[in-house]
Design a protein around this ligand. Structure first.
Ligand code: FES
Ligand code: FE
Length: 457
């Protein structure tokens, strides 16, 4: 049950955020978790997968909405993408027993009912003896209310009243394009997604990947000093200090509210085309994006973003150490339990790159963002401490708050970037926590769109 204290925290969240404060309890609370499953994940567009994961009819992969609702992501015999609830209409067991593969039909392991990859029931075991008059139309696999894709990214929503995907992504598409439409023939997933469970609330990494550059010089200090990751991450010092142009964009209006984007850019000579090897620079062009997007993409050393609710991307340029190519990852933060998230992480490569380049990009990505990666280890080491404090009775009873004041009032030197060609509210440096405040504001919008249940003691 939602406690009275927690209910108040949710109701007052807009005011708290405006004051630069966030009640930490909202990151580890059973009743909040349940509300999120219902109102955030079952009611909004969520990422399912990339089209390139299922290129041929019959290809499939297992996916989850809200972390634990099972779905099959597949391409039917007509070549259309399908998202099917993975539960047999007879007793409800899971039909899909492998992570990925190719099949024209899913046969239930319990009593053998068989479905095609449009979700239609096409076979009932001992039908004439057991189910003579069964109407197969009544027993199709349930599907999300809407499935749609943008730039190869497939999303689904269980809510028939959701706006179109086009509207949900809104102006955030401009930033998605910079990564997914910059390569003339698009990006494709390389290998299978990495998955692992983190002892952290899903909102924490969503926010971190929406623009937390503030942690780089401390959390990742030893990796920078040890030469494992690039010296450019010394934003204000080192050989490139002062040259970096840093921007930070978020959205304050619906439907884009909650999405955010941040980028660091240097002159073209440092890491052009996201630091990919020169031999694949001709994979990229301004054919599907504007000249402004192309110019920014060419100079970007890093760009990251979060698409509400739980999809992030990170495009990192070439650095030192093992990081000798650019790479792009998609990362989905799947809520599994209060204070527990399963990370799904995909590596993407330009479709037209030669195999040996794709392998190299994949290796660099895996040595950066996996549990053993140069970056990820550091992040994991700090996030779990948040969960412990958030789940405490002190956090609930005293309403312990954390600071979100950066960039508010006179707190930092950020200014609105007047000349920024992209959409959203753009600030001219990274010392700005607008991305976090507006992510949580959107969260509040979703959680309170219906009255909250009565608080219990
Ligand atoms: Fe699937 Fe019985 S549970 S056929
Ligand atoms: Fe980090």
């Amino acid at each position: 049950n939602l406690s009275t204290e927690t209910k108040e925290m949710i109701e007052q969240l807009d005011q708290s955020l405006m004051d630069g404060r966030y009640p930490i309890r909202l990151r580890n609370d059973e009743a909040v978790f349940e509300l999120e499953q219902d109102r955030v994940f079952n009611d909004n567009w969520v990422f399912i997968g990339h089209e390139s994961e299922i290129p041929e009819p019959g290809d499939y992969a297992r996916r989850y909405i809200g972390g634990s609702d099972p779905f099959i992501f597949t391409r039917d015999e007509d070549g259309n993408v399908q998202v099917l609830f993975d539960s047999c209409g007879h007793r409800g067991t899971k039909l899909c027993r492998a992570e990925q593969g190719n099949t024209s039909h899913f046969r239930c392991p319990y009593h053998g009912w068989t479905y095609n990859n449009k979700g239609e029931l096409v076979g009932v075991t001992f039908k004439h003896e057991a189910y003579k008059e069964i109407d197969p139309d009544e027993w199709k696999l349930p599907k999300p209310a809407k499935v749609d894709s943008y730039a190869g990214l497939v999303f689904a929503t269980m809510n028939p009243d959701s706006p179109s995907l086009e509207e949900h992504l809104g102006d955030m598409k401009w930033y998605i394009d910079m990564n997914f439409k910059f390569p003339t023939n698009g990006m494709e997933v390389y290998g299978e997604p990495y998955r692992y469970v983190l002892p952290v609330d899903w909102k924490q990494p969503c926010e971190n990947f929406g623009g937390d550059d503030y942690h780089i010089s401390t959390t990742h200090q030893s990796a920078i000093e040890g030469g494992l990751i690039s010296e450019i991450w010394h934003w204000d010092e080192g050989p490139y200090g002062g040259l970096a142009e840093r921007v930070h964009t978020h959205f304050e209006e619906l439907p884009e509210m909650g999405h955010s984007f941040a980028a660091g850019m240097i002159g073209e000579d440092y890491s052009p085309f996201y630091g990919y090897d020169e031999e694949i620079h001709d994979c990229f062009s301004a054919e599907n994006i504007s000249q402004e997007q192309y110019d920014l993409a060419r100079r970007s050393v890093v760009n990251i973003g979060t698409i509400f609710p739980n999809l992030s991307f990170i495009q990192v340029g070439k650095g030192t150490g093992s990081n000798d190519s650019g790479f792009l990852c998609l990362r989905q933060w799947q809520p599994r339990a209060p204070g527990e998230t399963e990370l799904w992480s995909w590596v993407l490569v330009p479709k037209d790159a030669p195999e040996e380049q794709k392998r190299k990009i994949n290796n660099v990505a895996l040595s950066s963002f996996t549990p053993a990666g140069n970056w990820e280890q550091d992040d994991l080491a700090v996030w779990d401490g948040i969960t412990e404090a958030a789940g405490s009775t002190v956090a609930k009873r005293q309403g312990v708050e954390t600071s979100y004041e950066m960039g508010l009032g006179n707190m930092s030197n950020t200014e609105i970037h007047d000349e920024w060609p992209g959409p959203g509210v753009c600030y001219n440096n990274h010392y700005q926590e607008g991305y976090g405040r507006w992510f949580h504001r959107r969260w509040q919008e979703e959680i309170t769109k219906e009255p909250l249940p009565e608080g219990a003691e």
